[in-house]
Ligand binder design. Structure first.
Ligand code: SAJ
Length: 427
C-alpha cells in the first residue's frame, strides 16, 4: 500500500490515536478539528488527554507526519478522509447528529474525485444512507463512481494499556464492492488485527450498536441482582465470582453507574432508529433504565447508612472520590459521578470532590484534604490510587464514619474491622 495523504476529521479520543497511528506508519496526516485549543496543543506535541498510544507517539510524528489544522482545504488534498467526530445523545437521550452533519458537510464541500471517505463515528443502521450520503452527493458526485464511502466503527478502550487502535479487530461495510475493497486494504495497511469485510454498510453500522448494547444489558443484569441481594444481605460480588467459574458465564460488575462515550449512548441509537419503524426495544430500554437508576441508588445507600447513626445526609460533609467515568483516566463523559453529586446536594449534603486525574473538577487539593474534611465518602471511580490508600486505618484516622463503595473496589472486611460502616453496590 503506498503512503496515502489522510485527513482525520475530529481529533478527539477516537481521531487522535488513529491519526498518530497513521502517522507512525508514515502516512501524511492532517488532523482537522474545529477546536482551536486542541489543534494548538497537538501541534505543540502536548497530548490533550490520557491515551497510551498518543502519549507515546505524538511528539515523534508532529510536525512531519501529523499536522493539526483548522483549514478544511486539507480535505481536498487527501486520498482518504476519516470522520471521527462525537455522536452523543441529548438530554432526552435522543441521538445528536449535529457534530456528524457538520463534519460531513465540510467534507462534502471539499470532496475530490476518487477519494475514499470513511465514517468511524458510531452510528445506527441507516445513517450512512439516509444522512451521510445525501450530504456527500450534493455536488452531483456519485458514490462508487466519483468517490467511495465506507463505515468502520471505532473501537477505542480508554485507559487500556494493551488494547488500542493498532491491535483491535475492525468491521468494514461499504456501499460498493470497490469501496469495501479499498477500505479493507487501507485498514489492513496499518492495523495489526483482523479487518472483517461485511456484506453491507448497515451490517457494519449495526455491529457497534449491538456490541455495546450487549455490554449495557449485562451490566444492567448485575445491577438489578445487586439491588435484590442488598435486600437479601448476599454479597453479589462473591456470587458473580462463583458464577464465573461456569464456562459460559461472562462476569460483569455492579456499580454506581455506567458512563463513557459508548455504553450508555449507543443503545439509544438503536432504540430510536427502531422506533422510526415501529419497533420497541423494551429490553434495551429496561437495561438503560436500570443503569440510569444506579447513581440515585448509590446516594440512597448513603442516606440509609447515615440513618444507622441517627444522622441524615443534610449538613453532613460528604466526600465524592472520583469524577472520571472509568479508572485511571481523565474522561468525564456521561460520568455517573455528576449525578451522584447532584443527588447528594439535593439531599442537603455538603459535597466535596477529589479526582487525582481531574483537578479542575476537584474542590479539594488532595486525597488527604478530602478525608480530613469528610464524615462520609462515596467512591465513584475505582482509581488505583484510591484502592492503594483507602484502608480502615487511614479512614479511622480521619474519623470517617461511612464509606459507600460505588465501584466495589475497597477491602470491605478491613474497613469494617476498624468499626467503619461499609456499603458497596450489592455487598
Ligand atoms: N461498567 C460497569 N460494570 C462493568 C463494566 C463497566 O458498571 O462490568 C461501567 C464502567 O464503570 C463505566 C462504563 O460502565 O462507567 C463503561 O465502561 P467500559 O469498560 O465499557 O468502558 P468504555 O465506555 O471505555 O467502553 C470501551 C469500548 N471499547 C471499544 O470500543 C473497543 C466498549 O466497546 C468496550 O465494550 C469496553 O471498553 C470494554 O469492553 O472494555
Amino acid at each position: 500500500m503506498n503512503k496515502e495523504i489522510v485527513t482525520v476529521v475530529g481529533t478527539g479520543y477516537v481521531g487522535l490515536p488513529l491519526a498518530c497511528l497513521l502517522a507512525l506508519k508514515k502516512h501524511q496526516v492532517h488532523g482537522f478539528d474545529v477546536n482551536k485549543k486542541l489543534t494548538e496543543k497537538i501541534n505543540k506535541g502536548i497530548p490533550p488527554f490520557k491515551d497510551s498510544l498518543v502519549e507515546k507517539s505524538l511528539q515523534k510524528v508532529v510536525p512531519f507526519y501529523l499536522k493539526a489544522t483548522q483549514n478544511p482545504k486539507v480535505i481536498g488534498k487527501s486520498d482518504v478522509v476519516i470522520i471521527s467526530v462525537p455522536t452523543p445523545v441529548d438530554k432526552d437521550y435522543r441521538p445528536d447528529f449535529n457534530p456528524l452533519i457538520g463534519a460531513v458537510k465540510t467534507v462534502g464541500e471539499n470532496l475530490k474525485k476518487g477519494q475514499l471517505i470513511i465514517i468511524e463515528s458510531t452510528i445506527n443502521p441507516g445513517v450512512s444512507e439516509e444522512i451521510i450520503l445525501p450530504l456527500l452527493e450534493r455536488k452531483k458526485y456519485k458514490v462508487g463512481k466519483d468517490f467511495y464511502l465506507a463505515h468502520v466503527p471505532e473501537r477505542i478502550n480508554p485507559g487500556d494499556p494493551e488494547r488500542n487502535v493498532s491491535n483491535l479487530p475492525r468491521n468494514v461495510g461499504a456501499f460498493t464492492k470497490k469501496g469495501l475493497e479499498k477500505a479493507v486494504v487501507f485498514y489492513r495497511s496499518f492495523i495489526d488485527a483482523p479487518i472483517n469485510p461485511m456484506h453491507s454498510i448497515k451490517e457494519a453500522e449495526a455491529t457497534k450498536t449491538i456490541e455495546n448494547a450487549f455490554r449495557d444489558i449485562n451490566i444492567a443484569f448485575v445491577n438489578e441482582i445487586a439491588k435484590s441481594f442488598d435486600q437479601m444481605g448476599i454479597d453479589v460480588v462473591e456470587v458473580i465470582k462463583g458464577a464465573a467459574s461456569k464456562f459460559s458465564f461472562m462476569p460483569h460488575w455492579p456499580s454506581c453507574g455506567v458512563g463513557g462515550h459508548c455504553i450508555p449512548v449507543d443503545p439509544y441509537y438503536l432504540i430510536r432508529k427502531a422506533e422510526t419503524i415501529g419497533f420497541s426495544h423494551d429490553f434495551l430500554k429496561l437495561a438503560r433504565r436500570i443503569n440510569n437508576s444506579m447513581p440515585d441508588y448509590t446516594a440512597e445507600l448513603l442516606q440509609d447508612e447515615l440513618n444507622e447513626f441517627k444522622l441524615s445526609v443534610k449538613n453532613t460533609p460528604v466526600g465524592i472520590l472520583g469524577i472520571s467515568y472509568k479508572a485511571n483516566i481523565d474522561d468525564t463523559r456521561e460520568s455517573p459521578a455528576f449525578e451522584i453529586i447532584e443527588k447528594v446536594k439535593k439531599m442537603g449534603g455538603e459535597v466535596m470532590t477529589f479526582d487525582p486525574f481531574l483537578k479542575k473538577y476537584s474542590t479539594e487539593k488532595s486525597l488527604q484534604d478530602i478525608l480530613k474534611k469528610s464524615l462520609a465518602l462515596i467512591v465513584a471511580t475505582d482509581h488505583q490510587d484510591f484502592i492503594n490508600r483507602l484502608d480502615g486505618k487511614i479512614l479511622k484516622k480521619n474519623k470517617i464514619k461511612v464509606v459507600i463503595d460505588g465501584k466495589n473496589c475497597l477491602d470491605k472486611e478491613n474497613i469494617e474491622a476498624y468499626g467503619i460502616r461499609y456499603k458497596g453496590i450489592g455487598r
